[in-house]
Write a protein that binds this ligand. Structure first.
Ligand code: SF4
Length: 243
């Protein structure tokens, strides 16, 4: 099975537990204004790779994964755009007892028999989902990402119903996703889920701005600076507060 990937990070430490082999998949349907990987958007971009080629490389890092309780994470872009590839990859990971995680924004999720059939299969092979919830307010979500959040929240509920372990991730963008009332609503939603192991606040940064320029795109958040430590701390407190 051939998949389309953007890049590989063989010693990832932030996308799941332990040391992780992180595969950044190519293609995304969202257009987040703060995206630091716009070069992953094009579904026809990146490079093609066989599952077996990837597995051969993954196996050379097995000692590091085993000693750190790490594993393999597929990120993006949006990995759920290539579920057939993920199913074969994770099937082979499980044959080697490798922990598997998906970092997803669920922008391509649709509750259709076609999608759900593949998703159910994939979830059986997945130990953890890092789910990005970008903005709880639907109108603001549309402006921020180009798409509504209704199907993304539905995906979150499906994971909860199936008890799939989830880490929620929220990118904190000043003026866009740091409003305390929005964060309280997001926190209330997260508390309706019964499978959340961790909530992570990821401070917005500008490290990917040069990629927008290289692609000839105008960066929409030119005037936005990274949040202060105080604002990050406040967001962490709100999202973790019991309401
Ligand atoms: S979901 Fe991720 S890859 Fe896609 S546009 Fe948003 S930040 Fe970028």
């Amino acid at each position: 099975m051939i998949g389309r990937i953007h890049s590989i990070e063989s010693f990832g430490t932030v996308d799941g537990p332990g040391i992780r082999y992180v595969i950044f998949m190519q293609g995304c349907l969202l257009r987040c204004q703060f995206c630091h990987n716009p070069d992953t958007w094009d579904t026809k971009g990146g490079k093609e790779i066989e599952v077996d080629e990837l597995m051969a490389d993954i196996q050379t890092y097995l000692p590091y994964m085993e000693s750190s309780n790490g594993g393999v994470t597929v990120s993006g872009g949006e990995p759920l755009l290539q579920m057939d590839f993920l199913i074969e990859l994770f099937t082979k990971c499980k044959e080697l007892d490798i922990h598997t995680a998906i970092d997803s924004s669920a922008g391509c999720f649709s509750n259709t028999p076609f999608f759900m059939k593949k998703l159910e299969k994939l979830l059986q092979l997945t130990d953890l989902i890092l789910l990005d919830l970008k903005q709880i307010d639907n109108d603001k979500h549309k402006k921020l990402t180009g798409l509504p959040n209704t199907h993304i929240l539905e995906f979150a509920r499906i994971l909860s119903d199936r008890n799939v372990p989830v880490w929620i991730r929220h990118v904190l963008v000043p003026g866009k996703t740091d409003n305390p009332e929005d964060l309280k609503r997001l926190s209330a939603f997260i508390q309706t889920l019964k499978n959340v192991q961790k909530i992570e606040v990821l401070p917005y940064h500008k490290l990917g701005v040069y990629k927008w320029e290289n692609l000839g795109l105008k960066y929409p958040l030119d005037n936005v600076e990274p949040p202060s430590e105080e604002v990050v701390r406040r967001a962490i407190d709100i999202l973790n507060a019991t309401q």
